[in-house]
Write a protein that binds this ligand. Structure first.
Ligand code: URA
Length: 209
């Protein structure tokens, strides 16, 4: 069964408070989301495999460690996922970035993938799917199915805030996917917003309404 990790580092939690605050404006909101994404990337990459190498310091020859070459791919779900991508890239600059855009047809309720562009070697990469608000879990679930259909083998899901309903959907449908959150909130309201949440992440990132 996939694990759920709530990253309760004090810096993440402090910044998340200001992200949630409705009086935080677009510029500051975007900066804070970017900072939290970088801090989360630091925590998420803790278990990346390492290998030994030998180098010469100015003093002696030394055996030290480097990443064991596991290639990373980031896959932000449009559009709010974009707000976390640059922050993660600052820590993992060699990561490739795929993009996926999905919506649910209101009549058929079937997922419609309106945009997808991925690195050609996704089956060899450890993919981090980025969806800031895991509400019903619909988009993340559809995006992960879509990536698996195209050959992805190792996927992690990174969100700012989740509702229990969304987490259950991912655990049920993708028991192989670990979920990383900055916070697990109480519930969804009747309009599908996470409570207490932060409102619409895309609108707050990009100043739209
Ligand atoms: N998407 C958002 O941006 N916010 C929510 O609360 C739920 C889904």
């Amino acid at each position: 069964m996939g694990n759920v990790f709530v990253l309760d580092h004090p810096l993440i939690q402090h910044k998340l408070t200001y992200i949630r605050d409705k009086n935080t404006g677009t510029k500051e909101f975007r900066e804070l989301v970017d900072e939290v994404a970088a801090l989360m990337a630091f925590e998420i990459t803790r278990d990346l495999p390492m290998e030994e190498t030998t180098i010469r310091t100015p003093v002696v020859e030394a055996k030290t460690k480097v990443l064991a070459g596991k290639k990373i791919g980031l896959v932000p779900i449009l559009r709010a996922g974009l707000g976390m991508t640059e922050g993660i890239l600052r820590l993992i600059p060699a990561a490739r970035v795929g993009h996926i855009g999905m919506y649910r047809d209101p009549e058929t309720m079937q997922p419609v993938e309106y945009y997808i562009k991925l690195p050609s070697d996704i089956e060899e990469r450890e993919l981090i799917v980025i969806d800031p608000m895991l509400a019903t879990g619909g988009s993340a679930n559809d995006a992960i199915h879509s990536l698996k259909k195209r050959g992805a083998k190792q996927i992690r899901l990174m969100c700012l805030i989740a509702a229990p309903e969304g987490v259950e959907v991912i655990k049920e449908e993708h028991p192989d996917v670990d979920i990383y959150l900055a916070a697990m909130d109480e519930k969804l309201d009747d309009h599908g917003y996470i409570v207490p949440g932060l409102g619409d992440a895309g609108d707050r990132l990009y100043g739209t309404k």
